[in-house]
Design a protein around this ligand. Sequence first.
Ligand SMILES: [Zn+2]
Length: 438
Amino acid sequence: MRKEKRDIRVMLAVLLIVAAAGILFLLNRSKGRALARQETALELLSADALCVGDEVIKPVQADAEIGGRTYTVHPEGSGIVRITDMEQSVIVLPDDTVSAEITVFSGEETVFSGNEEGFRSFYPENGKYRLLVRCRVQPDAVTSKGEEFTFEGTEEYRAELEYDVPMKISFESDRIREGSVMTVNASGVRGDVVISAGEVLAPFPLVTDERGYARGLFSVSYITPPGTYTGFIETRDGTSEFSFTIEEEQYAVQHLIISEETQSATIGNSDNRDAYNEMIDKTYYSWYPERFYDDCFTLPVDGVVTTEFGLFRYTNDNPVPTRHAGVDLAEDEGTPVLAAASGYVIAAGYNGVSGNTVVMDHGFGVRTYYFHMAELCVREGEFVEEGIEIGKVGATGYATGPHLHFNLMVHDNSVDPWAAFNGTSGIFGLDRNGGAQP
Ligand SMILES: [Zn+2]
């Protein structure tokens, strides 16, 4: 009897020990799992890196929230980033980023605050800054020891940020033909950049975007003699020079007899010349920093070329030739004249030299001139799309028969219109609108 009782007690004690051990084992197992989850989450966080340009930066602090508790690690982190080109000034965040707060300090002052999109257009003065990036991350479900779990975390990155972006300016070539155009691109631009070349090219500004990229058109008139010239680049830091060579273009020669009456009634009359100058001179000051024109100009009138662009014209056996700044396209009176490209009408009216006249501005200093029309279909200030009728062919002003005199100017220089009609002109070297990168 006593022995049996004792045996039962022993059995019960053994069972209790086994049960307790089992419970402890289970508790430990779940605790082990929880620990493994934390470790996995924190490993993932601290392994995340972001890139600024070519530099990889690890976080200085990473936190994970699992089941209402927050765990923190401090990986070695931090870095030094030197930006010498705005292409490098881009932050690429870890893949699992939900949102990011980017702050840039200059000393104690906050000079930038925003997200990675906003940072793309942050273009500070050269100098030293401090970068702080806080990312909220939420990776997809993670598996640890066969168990799937999710967590939320934050990562904090710090870096020294040094901007040392020099201004670079590049011309398409150091050689340019008479009556042609080339593009100018610049990067690292701060403030206005103005290009000029004395008598050859009046000062014009480059169009600069918010990241310091700038571009413009450099033109040479058809009447500038070939040779080597000096150009000037004015910036807020001073003026620098560059050298370029103008190459000769071949132009045709024409001998023309025009009656004294026609001459004295038109260009021979000083009032007419004054009215012409008043209308045309003001168009030289028109300026739009946008590109309205497409990749090829429309021929405004599909007429017979009676006077070529750049031609040397000897009138009534005068030994001194005049030059033809545009192209004459003869067509029947009343034929529609189409806008060669989209742009603003910056002059529309009559004067005794160019007759019924329209001038259009297509942006970036590109302008077109339409002379001698019978009537006009547009008004000054209107925006007109390429191919729209702006007037009708006529013989008003200094003209011997119905034709359109068409002239293409870039800044204050008349250039080859045919290159605009066949798409080879340097004016098409500019990226369409926003594309500022050289
Ligand atoms: Zn003409």
